[in-house]
Unconditional design. Structure first.
Length: 555
C-alpha cells in the first residue's frame, strides 16, 4: 500500500501516526480465524488488512487460530486456512500460532481472577443463566453463587479441570456488573466444561476458555500493537479491556474495529455456507459457486484480483454492502491484462474449405497474448474446421452484418479469409455444414483490408480439436439480499447455477496446468479446474464473461 492509499484505510493512518509519535516501535498485527469452516471473501478483506499493514510498515503479522471450540474445529479447516493465506501471497511471522498454545497461561490467569475476587464458579443451569442475565430493557440479577468464597471457587475450578463434572454443570464467570448496559459485562462466562478431545491438545483439557477471555490475552502475550477486528466486536472491547486491566499481561494491545465486507447476492456466514455444503447444494467448500477463497480460486479468481478488490473498497469504520460488480470488475481487469488467449468452440458448426486438398495440414503460430510476452502456441489448421453456430446466417442482414453467410467473407483469427459458398441442412432443417473457399494466402490481419471481410471468427480444427467439459456457472443465489429481511436464504438458491456442456478446444489447452485461466476469445474467461482437469479429460470452469451481464443485475 502507498501513502495515498492510507486515505482509503483509516487503520493505516492510525498506524502511521503511532509510528511517527513513537507510541509503537514496531507494528505487530495478527489474523485470528476460528478453524470451524473455510475462509470466505469477507475474511480476504481482513487478511489483506492485517498482513497488508505488516507489509506496508515493515512489521509482522501472526497467523493465530482461535481454537477454543474443538467441537466444531478440524485439521481440515486449519490446513485450508493456511493454504488460503499463502495463496493470497502473504507470509505469517514465525510459526503458526494457536490460542491453545496459551491454555496453561490462560488457566493461570483465571486463577488470578478467582484469587482477586474477580471470578467465581457459577452453578446455574444454562436456561437459568439466560434468565438471570436480563436483556436490553431489564438489568440482570446476581447469581446465587456469586458470593462463593475464594477457597470454594478455587476448589470447584480445580475439580472442573479434573473432570469431575458433566458438560454444562458449572461455568467460571467473571464478576463484573450484572446491571451494566453493556450485556458483555454482565458476568460473562470465562470457562465452560466440554468433555471433547482437542485437535491440538488432545485430551489434556475438559474445560475450555471462551473466545472473549482468550482473545485479548492472546494478543497481549504476542505483544500485538494493533488488534484489528470487525465492527461486531466493538461492544466486546470494554470486556477485553477489563480483562487486560485486571491481569498481569505483558502488553496492552489497542483494538480497532472496521466495517466487515458484505456483498450483495452473497452469504458469508460460515453457518450458512456449511448448510449449503451439508445439504449438497454445492459440491463442497471449494465449489466454484461458493464465496470461499478456495471456491473463488477454483472459479479462476487470481490473488491479484482479490487483493486489488480489497484495496478498491477500502477500510472504513462502518458496515455497508458492496456491489458484487466491483469484485467482478477487479477480476476482469486482471484477467484482461494477464490471461493468455485461446480458442474454443462451444456450439460447433463444421466448415469445409473446398478449395483445399483433403489432406491439408499446417501449423499456425499465434501469440498467447496481444500485449504481453507469454510465448506462442501452435494451432493445427486443416480443410475442415469448426466455427460457432451463431456466427453463420443463411442470409445477409444489416443486423448481423458481421456474420458469415453465403457470398460474404470473414477472417479466421490468426488465419485466412474465407468466403462462404453454400451450406447443407439435415432433415430437421438445421444447418450442419458450411462450404467455403480460401480467399487469402497470407495469415493474420490485413491492414489494407482489400478483401473486406465482415468480421473475425474464432475456430478450431475439426480433426485435431479436443473435446472438453465446460462447467458454466451463474450466481448461486438469485436475490440481492438473500440473508436479510428475515427470509430463509435457502429459498433464494438458484437451481440453474450450474450447467455442463462440451466444447472443442485448441489441442494445446488439454496440456494446460490446472488453475491456468484463459480468455476463450469471444466466449469468456475459463480456468482449467484445479481438481479435475487432465490432459486425457480437459475440464474448464467459466470464470467470468468478457463483459458485465446486465441481466444478472436485474434478477
Amino acid at each position: 500500500m502507498s501513502e495515498t492509499n492510507n486515505v482509503n484505510n483509516f487503520v493505516a493512518k492510525i498506524v502511521e501516526e503511532d509510528l511517527a509519535s513513537g507510541k509503537v516501535d514496531k507494528v505487530i498485527t495478527r489474523f485470528p480465524p476460528e478453524p470451524n469452516g473455510y475462509l470466505h471473501v469477507g475474511h480476504a478483506k481482513s487478511i489483506c488488512l492485517n498482513f497488508g499493514l505488516a507489509e506496508q510498515f515493515n512489521g509482522e503479522c501472526n497467523l493465530r487460530f482461535d481454537d477454543t471450540n474443538p467441537e466444531k474445529e478440524s485439521q481440515e479447516y486449519i490446513d485450508a486456512i493456511k493454504e488460503d493465506v499463502s495463496w493470497l501471497g502473504f507470509k505469517w511471522a514465525g510459526d503458526v500460532r494457536f490460542s491453545s498454545d496459551y491454555f496453561d497461561t490462560l488457566f493461570e490467569y483465571a486463577l488470578e481472577l478467582i484469587k482477586s475476587g474477580n471470578a467465581y464458579v457459577c452453578s446455574l443451569k444454562p436456561e437459568e443463566s439466560e434468565e438471570y442475565k436480563g436483556d436490553f430493557n431489564r438489568p440482570g440479577k446476581n447469581s446465587p453463587y456469586r458470593d462463593r468464597s475464594v477457597e470454594e471457587n478455587l476448589d470447584m475450578f480445580a475439580r472442573m479441570k479434573a473432570g469431575e463434572f458433566k458438560d454444562g454443570e458449572h461455568a467460571l464467570r467473571a464478576k463484573i456488573d450484572m446491571a451494566s448496559g453493556n450485556m458483555n459485562l454482565r458476568d460473562p462466562i470465562m470457562y465452560r466444561i466440554r468433555h471433547v478431545e482437542h485437535h491440538q491438545t488432545g485430551d489434556k483439557w475438559c474445560i475450555y476458555p471462551i473466545y472473549d477471555f482468550t482473545h485479548g490475552q492472546s494478543d497481549a502475550l504476542e505483544k500485538v500493537t494493533h488488534s484489528v477486528c470487525t465492527l461486531e466486536f466493538e461492544d466486546h472491547r470494554p470486556l477485553y479491556d477489563w480483562y487486560i486491566d485486571n491481569l498481569p499481561v505483558p502488553a496492552k494491545p489497542t483494538q480497532y474495529e472496521f466495517g466487515r465486507l458484505n456483498l450483495n447476492y452473497t452469504v458469508t456466514s460460515k453457518r450458512k455456507l456449511k448448510k449449503l455444503v451439508d445439504e449438497n447444494v454445492v459440491s463442497g467448500w471449494d465449489d466454484p459457486r461458493m464465496p470461499t477463497i478456495s471456491g473463488m480460486r477454483r472459479r479462476g479468481f487470481t490473488p491479484a484480483s482479490i487483493r486489488n478488490f480489497c484495496e478498491m473498497i477500502g477500510v472504513s469504520r462502518g458496515d455497508g454492502v458492496v456491489d458484487i460488480a466491483m469484485l467482478e470488475h477487479a477480476l476482469r481487469s486482471d484477467l484482461n491484462t494477464n490471461a493468455p488467449r485461446a480458442m474454443a468452440v462451444i456450439k460447433p458448426l463444421k466448415v469445409v474449405i473446398t478449395s483445399m486438398a483433403d489432406d491439408h495440414y499446417e501449423e499456425i503460430t499465434a501469440a498467447s497474448h496481444p500485449d504481453l510476452d507469454l510465448g506462442e502456441r501452435k494451432m493445427p489448421f486443416t480443410k475442415e474446421i469448426f466455427i460457432d453456430q451463431d456466427d453463420f446466417k443463411e442470409e445477409y442482414s444489416k443486423k448481423f452484418k458481421k456474420k458469415f453467410c453465403p457470398g460474404k467473407r470473414i477472417r479466421l483469427r490468426n488465419g485466412y479469409v474465407l468466403e462462404a459458398t453454400d451450406f447443407i441442412k439435415n432433415d430437421a432443417g438445421e444447418i450442419i455444414q458450411v462450404n467455403a473457399i480460401q480467399v487469402t494466402t497470407v495469415l493474420g490481419e490485413d491492414p489494407a483490408d482489400e478483401v473486406k471481410p465482415k468480421g473475425v471468427l474464432h475456430w478450431v480444427s475439426a480433426s485435431h480439436g479436443i473435446e472438453a467439459e465446460l462447467r458454466v456457472y451463474s450466481r448461486l443465489l438469485n436475490h440481492e439480499a438473500p440473508d436479510r429481511g428475515g427470509e430463509d436464504f435457502m429459498t433464494h438458491v438458484n437451481p440453474d447455477s450450474l450447467s455442463v456442456t462440451t466444447a472443442i478446444i485448441e489441442p494445446s489447452l488439454a496440456a494446460a496446468a490446472p488453475e491456468t485461466v484463459f480468455q476463450f476469445e469471444r466466449e469468456g474467461y475459463y480456468v482449467a479446474d484445479r481438481r479435475d482437469h487432465t490432459a486425457a479429460k480437459p475440464v474448464f470452469n467459466l470464470t467470468i464473461g468478457l463483459r458485465e451481464d446486465k441481466s444478472l443485475t436485474q434478477q
